[in-house]
Design a protein around this ligand. Structure first.
Ligand SMILES: Nc1ncnc2c1ncn2[C@@H]1O[C@H](COP(=O)(O)OP(=O)(O)OP(=O)(O)O)[C@@H](O)[C@H]1O
Length: 363
């Protein structure tokens, strides 16, 4: 385990930013701290870095206690959202900076520094910009240089705080896949903070979902997406429809439709109210409802966006709005239009019964 966070708490006045939080981060992996604004992600990152002191708890790197180590002794590299490069220095000088300011006995000679900087610039695919100044680079290029600068001092741990947060959507998407490929090359233990679930799912080896200073769930992107531990995680990881249903004798009922048998193990959940969550791409639409498993609804909005047709429907029983995404092929078969009365089927529903008891219900 390369980074171990044990029982960290941090208050700002009366506000609890981190609440007895513990976490272990595997070596060589890229871990995303994901959570809504104010959930404590940046505070945790700053405490790991040594930029902020916890009220209690312990931080270890590779088995060594770092809690009282100064930031300069921890061997961390940073990239921040607005970590401006030195404007008056060229790209080369910016990346070389951390090496040039090392104490004399640790400082590499000039030729070694030049070789290293050029290698790093090639690694971030900006070798040709060595003589330019930051003002002559795009925002995305500047962040790549900031990353090269952070890597120059060979940190043990790389910390990135919303590194692409200030960039536009297209550049952001490019840098995401670039960061993923880069990490596959360097395998440095890295933590990056984001509130963008897509970014976390696409880039990270592990995701830590945070809420109100605590960890809600941690695991691989697939595990967290496929098996969210609770409604908070489920809702946070993407668009979702919520239905109120009832489990009766092991069957899930939603708006007079018999959705089918549930596999909920807990006895209390066998006859109870249930919150039913379904993602838009798991909502299926049919024109007929012979087995009464569909919820009656009317199409109120329809628009095709690239390969997906987005629909909004309103259920006839409760008036609840439902978002559905159909593949174009599926849409072509039944060609529904606005105003049509159809049936909504819930696939891969996550059923959370009252009192936090929950089950996974899959047709
Ligand atoms: N120095 C400080 N003084 C007072 N309150 C602070 C300080 N730093 C953070 N906070 C508060 O602690 C809470 C957690 O902040 P933090 O920046 O860790 O959240 P975050 O999850 O990174 O959110 P965001 O995505 O908005 O940056 C916030 O409510 C913030 O206002």
């Amino acid at each position: 385990m390369s980074i171990r966070v044990t029982s960290i708490s941090k208050k700002f006045h009366d506000f609890v930013a981190l609440d007895n939080l513990s976490l272990e981060l595997p070596e060589g992996q890229l871990t995303a701290l994901l959570g809504p604004s104010g959930s404590g992600k940046t505070t945790l990152l700053r405490i790991i870095a040594g930029l902020e002191l916890p009220d209690s708890g312990q931080i270890e790197f590779f088995g060594q206690d770092q809690t009282n180590q100064h930031v300069s002794q921890r061997g961390v590299g940073f990239v921040f959202q607005h970590y401006a490069l030195f404007k008056h220095m060229s790209v080369f000088e910016n990346v070389a900076y951390g090496l040039k300011v090392k104490p004399r006995h640790e400082r590499p000679d000039k030729a070694t520094i030049r070789k290293k900087v050029m290698e790093l610039l090639d690694l971030v695919q900006l070798g040709s910009t060595a003589d330019r100044y930051p003002a002559q680079l795009s925002g995305g290029q500047r962040q790549r240089i900031a990353l090269a600068r952070a890597l120059a001092v060979e940190p043990r741990v790389l910390l990135l705080d919303e590194p692409f947060g200030a960039l536009d959507a297209k550049v952001r998407a490019e840098l995401r896949s670039w960061l993923r490929r880069l990490h596959d090359e360097i395998h440095l233990t890295s933590i990056f903070v984001t509130h963008d679930q897509e970014e976390a799912l696409e880039v990270a080896d592990r995701i830590v979902v945070m809420n109100q200073g605590k960890v809600e769930q941690e695991g691989s992107p697939d595990a967290v997406y496929e098996n969210p531990a609770n409604p908070f995680v489920y809702q946070f990881l993407g668009n979702v429809n919520l239905f109120h249903g009832r489990v009766r004798s092991g069957h899930l009922e939603v708006e007079q439709a018999d959705i089918g048998p549930t596999d909920m193990e807990n006895a209390r959940a066998q006859d109870d109210e249930a919150a039913v969550y379904v993602r838009p791409h798991d909502v299926e639409i049919t024109l007929q409802n012979p087995d009464h498993t569909g919820i009656e609804a009317r199409i109120t909005y329809l628009r095709s966006v690239g390969p997906v047709v987005r629909l909004e429907l309103q259920t006839l029983h409760s008036g609840r709005l439902v978002e559905a995404h159909m593949g174009r092929e599926a849409w072509r078969i039944i060609k529904p239009v606005v105003g049509d009365r159809v049936f909504v089927h819930l696939r891969n529903a996550q059923v959370y019964a009252k009192e936090g008891v929950w089950g996974d219900y899959v047709i």
